[in-house]
Design a protein. Structure first.
Length: 244
């Protein structure tokens, strides 16, 4: 406990799943927390559940929204010590069903938005501070129908290394967590029923999906001073799926 005591933190995409649990763990560890989401009702529900958090309504794929997020954080917190970039979209289609609009939406939310959010937040980041990117095990494995999602997450993963080299002189560390299948509302949104989920679990050596809390605790580690010597790193949290 208290590993983030006194730290100012931002968690994007924090109205459900991994983002919501990360915000909860940050609060538990003593941080002041701001969260983003693209739906006002979901933000209000998250605030009711979490308690004292700053809520910012923002579309993760729009550049102007990233600048507005930075402005809101600056006005309320003055600066930041930890950023968990978690907002993302997962869309799976076979090759022939992709169109330009779908391609752009995935890359806007999963890569362009996060990139320009870091750019907007850079003047607010303390020395030292930490950025944690939520990528995906799909950046490493060749899962059918995941070409665009995997590509966007692989692009995001490279930022952990390239931005580490660029931002480290300012005292900013950048690391990534790459979850495998996690038991969140995502699988239901993708139309997966019990049979499909059971088939997915059959590909995981651990014999189960992970929990959002397990990922959130890894993000806390990267956000805290405990990982001060971990720079440009990646923690794969997939129950052994990528070892097959």
């Amino acid at each position: 406990m208290n590993r983030l005591l006194g730290k100012r933190a931002l968690v994007t995409g924090a109205t459900s799943g991994i983002g919501l649990e990360t915000a909860r763990e940050f609060l538990r560890e003593g941080a002041r927390v701001a969260i983003t989401g693209h739906r006002r009702d979901a933000l209000e529900a998250a605030r009711n559940e979490l308690g004292d958090v700053l809520t910012i309504e923002a579309d993760a794929g729009e550049i102007a929204a990233q600048q507005a997020t930075a402005k809101a954080v600056r006005e309320s917190f003055g600066g930041l010590d930890a950023v968990a970039i978690n907002a993302g979209v997962a869309e799976f289609r076979p090759l022939e069903q992709w169109d330009e609009a779908g391609f752009d939406r995935s890359f806007d939310i999963n890569f362009k938005g996060p990139f320009f959010l870091v750019q907007a937040l850079a003047p607010l980041l303390a020395n030292p501070s930490s950025i944690v990117l939520t990528t995906s095990i799909n950046a490493h494995i060749g899962m059918p129908n995941s070409s665009i999602y995997s590509g966007s997450k692989a692009a995001l993963l490279t930022l952990a290394k390239t931005l580490s080299g660029e931002l480290l002189p300012r005292g900013v560390r950048v690391n990534a967590v790459s979850p495998g299948p996690i038991a969140t509302p995502l699988h239901g949104k993708l139309g997966m029923g019990e049979k499909e989920i059971a088939g997915l679990i059959g590909q995981i050596p651990a014999g189960r999906r992970g929990s959002a809390t397990e990922v959130a605790k890894a993000i806390v580690y990267f956000a805290s001073d405990e990982s001060a010597f971990t720079i440009g790193g990646e923690l794969i949290i997939d129950g052994g799926m990528s070892t097959l």
